[in-house]
Design a protein around this ligand. Structure first.
Ligand code: GDP
Length: 360
C-alpha cells in the first residue's frame, strides 16, 4: 500500500494546510497578508478590525498562478489550497493566539527588523515550541533600512545585491542581532539562502510595503506543504473542528467562527458545542465563508455552502449558540453516534479552556 501512497494522493485525499501568522503587535502581520493577497485590510481598519481573528483561504489554483509569477513549478501541489489564520497581536488576545496556533500546521512568525524579538514574539515562539510547530521567520520592514532602494516584488537576495554598501552592512548587523536573539531562545535560525535550509528555521527578509521577499515567503510555504503533506495532511472523514470565536453578526444573530481542521460539515448536520452551563445540541442552519482571496472580516457578502471540506474557516449560524464558548471543539453527531457520550466530551473541553484562562 505504501509504495503507491504518494502517487495516489490528490486534492481529493489531502486537506489544505493551516498556516498561522503570528508576531508582536505592529510587526506587520496584517500588511504582509494584504501583500500576499493583494488586498488592503490594514488601511481600512481604523474601527479596530485587527482585534478580530481573520482567516484567508488561498485556493490551489490561485497559488499556482502566483507561483508562475515567481517561476516556481508547483504542478505537483496536491493540496486544495492554503488556509491562513491571522490572530490579533493585542495583549487581551493571548488565549486566542494560543487557540489559533494550536490548530496550525505551520506558522509565519513576523519580526520587525528594526525592533528584533519583542515580548509577543517570544510568547508566540513559546507557543510554537510547545507544540512543535514548524515556522518561517518573516524579517519584515527591510524597506526601513536607511537608504534602501526599492525593488518591487523582487526576491530579497537580488534586492540586497542592488543596495549600497552601508545599507548592506546595516542589514547584516540587524540580521545578526536577530539571529543572536533567537539563539538566546534556544533556536537556530539563518537566512533561507545560506547553508542547509533543512537544519534550522529559515529567515526571509520582507517588506510588506514594497514587496521584496514576498515571492520567497510564498515559495517556502509551498516547499513545506509539498514536503509534509503526505504525512500530516491526509484527509479524514473524522471531523476535527474548533470554535475560535462566538459573535453577533447583524442579520444573522449569534454565530460561531470555526476552523474545520479535518473532515466535512454539511448544512443540516446535528452538532454539539460546549456551552456555559450545558452542552448545546443544535443543527447547522448555514455554512458561510468569505469569497476566495477575501477576508471574512471585510464587510461583504458571504458564500453559502451545502457542505465544506477541511481545512476551512467557516462561520456557522444555528439556533441556541448564545452561550457557546470559544476555544472548544465542535462535534458532529452521525446517526450511529452516542449523543450522550458526545455531550459529555463537549463539556470536558470547558475545563481545559477555563484552566488556560486562569493561567493567563
Ligand atoms: P500587525 O499589528 O502585526 O498586524 O501590523 P500591521 O500590519 O498593522 O502594521 C503595523 C504598521 O507597520 C502599519 O503602519 C504598517 O503600514 C507598517 N508596516 C507593516 N509592514 C511594513 C513594512 O514592511 N515596511 C514599512 N515601512 N512599514 C510596514
Amino acid at each position: 500500500e505504501h509504495v503507491n501512497a504518494e502517487s495516489k494522493q490528490s486534492e481529493e485525499s489531502l486537506r489544505s494546510p493551516i498556516c498561522c501568522i503570528m508576531g508582536h503587535v505592529d510587526a506587520g502581520k496584517t500588511k504582509l497578508l494584504d501583500r500576499i493577497r493583494g488586498t488592503n485590510v490594514q488601511e481600512g481598519e481604523a474601527g479596530g478590525i485587527t482585534q478580530q481573528v481573520g482567516a484567508t483561504f488561498f485556493p490551489a489554483e490561485n497559488i499556482r498562478e502566483r507561483a508562475k509569477e515567481i517561476n516556481v513549478d508547483i504542478a505537483k501541489l496536491k493540496v486544495p489550497g492554503l488556509l491562513v489564520i491571522d490572530t490579533p497581536g493585542h495583549e487581551a488576545f493571548t488565549n486566542m493566539r494560543s487557540r489559533g496556533s494550536g490548530l496550525c500546521d505551520i506558522a509565519i512568525l513576523v519580526v520587525d527588523l528594526m525592533h528584533g524579538l519583542e515580548r509577543q514574539t517570544i510568547e508566540s515562539l513559546n507557543l510554537l515550541k510547545s507544540r512543535n510547530t514548524d515556522f518561517i521567520v518573516a524579517l519584515n520592514k527591510v524597506d526601513r533600512l536607511y537608504g534602501w532602494k526599492t525593488c518591487r516584488n523582487t526576491r530579497f537576495k537580488e534586492a540586497l545585491e542592488r543596495q549600497a554598501k552601508d545599507v548592506k552592512n546595516e542589514f547584516y548587523m540587524r540580521l545578526n542581532q536577530v539571529i543572536t536573539q533567537f539563539k538566546e531562545q534556544g533556536l537556530n535560525t539563518d537566512l533561507y539562502y545560506e547553508g542547509n535550509m533543512r537544519e534550522r528555521y529559515n529567515i526571509v527578509p520582507t517588506s510588506a510595503i514594497t514587496g521584496e521577499g514576498i515571492p520567497e515567503l510564498l515559495w517556502l510555504l509551498l516547499q513545506w506543504s509539498q514536503k509534509t503533506m503526505v504525512e500530516k495532511l491526509t484527509y479524514s472523514d473524522q471531523v476535527q473542528c474548533n470554535v475560535l470565536e462566538v459573535k453577533v453578526v447583524e442579520g444573522l444573530g449569534k454565530t460561531i467562527d470555526v476552523v474545520l481542521v479535518n473532515g466535512v460539515l454539511h448544512e443540516g448536520d446535528q452538532i454539539v458545542v460546549c456551552g456555559n452551563e450545558e452542552p448545546i445540541v443544535t443543527t447547522i442552519r448555514s455554512l458561510l465563508t468569505p469569497h476566495p482571496m477575501k477576508e471574512l472580516r471585510v464587510k461583504g457578502t458571504y458564500l453559502h455552502h451545502k457542505e465544506i471540506k477541511a481545512a476551512q474557516f467557516v462561520k456557522i449560524t444555528a439556533q441556541g449558540l448564545e452561550h457557546a464558548i470559544a476555544g472548544t471543539s465542535l462535534y458532529v453527531v452521525r446517526p450511529q453516534d452516542d449523543l450522550e457520550g458526545i455531550k459529555e466530551a463537549a463539556m470536558q473541553d470547558v475545563k481545559s479552556v477555563t484552566s488556560r484562562i486562569d493561567k493567563s
